[in-house]
Design a protein around this ligand. Structure first.
Ligand SMILES: Cc1cc2nc3c(=O)[nH]c(=O)nc-3n(C[C@H](O)[C@H](O)[C@H](O)COP(=O)(O)O)c2cc1C
Length: 366
């Protein structure tokens, strides 16, 4: 018998994969609100998400667009400064930033992060990504390292952040092939103890190993319910073996209409207007040495950059989210087609169904 949700004390955590970049996250010219990437729009969405009881807001860190008619992700709000403004204007919801390891020195990230955690009174979180894009890093003259080495550096980076955030300021030393920290000093240290929530976004063997050793959250992209069950169990088992626990989150593309046919028609409209140039540029860069996205089709990339589709009637959408939660997924970085309106609709139409099904929600419990 499958366990009743919540028997093990888990709660579903709802969040938004925020549109801090343009055309987030459909590589398609069909987009009801093409200007939703602006700060004003992000703030409006953030306040609606907070009022609905959502648990977190999560951005994407991008430095350059991916071309095509949409110039996919071409306008983007940098995620440290974006988080500062959102934390200052909200009061309960957690706000994440995302850093690319090769772009910011870890002492700078530790300093900015401590500042953000103070601005948000302990509500900031950090997603640390190894960086994969030759298109973006080439612009900066930064070489994209071989996959395994990228992740070794990411692990060192996280150890440095933790050292700077938890040890007596001025006392932390660290040496590895990429960094030499002598008398590492960050003051004030963050409010969250022992340190702000640390996530890594990646699905490869290298990513799973790093997450199980040093992260609190794993942000992953399994394409189906079955794949989710397997990858989540694998990550949690690896962490348990080390006496640790890791929570997992995926990014579903959540789209619902009154009937299944209408939802399918909306999905078709996105795909009929697919931006093939952007999809090709994205897929070509992302697949280098990763393996995680090798079997993804152009349509899967176009619809949420590899997001898991959670599409149908409101009942079907609520059931799919529940099933993913029961499969071990703790968090949902939801992608919406029309973020502001869909956040309000989700509160009105989906949350009551989740509550009725007895899904234990964290912030959005009635
Ligand atoms: C939820 C999620 C969020 C991500 N956010 C970013 C991001 O903001 N910037 C970025 O360059 N890569 C981002 N990535 C890409 C990952 O860091 C990683 O490169 C990709 O998943 C492939 O990882 P792998 O080679 O370990 O499988 C994200 C991935 C996921 C699953």
């Amino acid at each position: 018998m499958s366990p009743t949700p919540g028997d093990d004390g888990r709660r579903m955590q709802l969040g938004l994969f925020m549109p801090n970049c343009s055309y987030a996250y459909s590589m398609s010219t069909y987009k009801p609100e093409p200007d939703d990437w602006t700060y004003e729009s992000n703030l409006r969405i953030a306040l609606a998400a907070e009022a609905a009881g959502f648990d977190f807001l999560f951005p994407v860190a991008k430095w350059k667009g991916y071309g095509g008619k949409t110039d996919y992700l071409g306008n983007s709000q940098e995620t440290m400064t974006w988080a500062a403004a959102l934390l200052a204007n909200t009061s309960r919801i957690r706000v994440f930033s995302t850093v690319h390891v090769p772009v910011f020195h870890p002492v700078a990230t530790a300093k900015m992060g401590a500042t953000l955690d103070h601005i948000g009174k302990g509500r900031w979180g950090l997603n640390i990504v190894s960086g994969w894009s030759e298109l973006e890093f080439g612009m900066m003259g930064i070489e994209v390292m071989p996959h395994a080495e990228r992740y070794r550096r990411t692990e060192a980076y996280i150890e440095i952040l933790k050292g700077l955030w938890t040890q007596e300021p001025g006392s932390f030393n660290y040496e590895c092939p990429w960094y030499k920290i002598t008398g590492g000093y960050v003051r004030p240290q963050p409010l969250q103890k022992p340190h702000p929530v640390i996530a890594n976004a990646g699905s490869s063997e290298d990513a799973k190993e790093v997450v199980s050793r040093v992260c609190d959250w794993s942000f992953i992209s399994p394409p189906t319910l079955e794949a989710s069950r397997e990858v989540v169990a694998d990550i949690k088992r690896r962490a348990q073996r080390l006496g640790r626990s890791v929570q997992c989150a995926c990014y579903p593309f959540v789209l619902w209409r009154d009937t299944e046919r209408e939802a399918e028609e909306e999905r078709r409209r996105i795909l009929d207007n697919i931006d093939r140039v952007a999809v090709d540029n994205w897929a070509r860069g992302l697949n280098v040495q990763s393996g995680s996205y090798d079997n993804f089709t152009a349509e899967q990339f176009a619809l949420g950059a590899g997001a898991q589709p959670v599409i149908g009637t409101r009942e079907q959408v609520a059931e799919k989210l529940r099933d993913l939660f029961e499969a071990g997924m703790d968090g949902f970085l939801m992608i919406f087609l029309d973020y502001y309106k869909d956040t309000l609709r989700f509160e009105r139409e989906i949350l009551p169904l989740l509550r009725k099904m007895g899904v234990p929600l964290l912030g959005a419990r009635a």
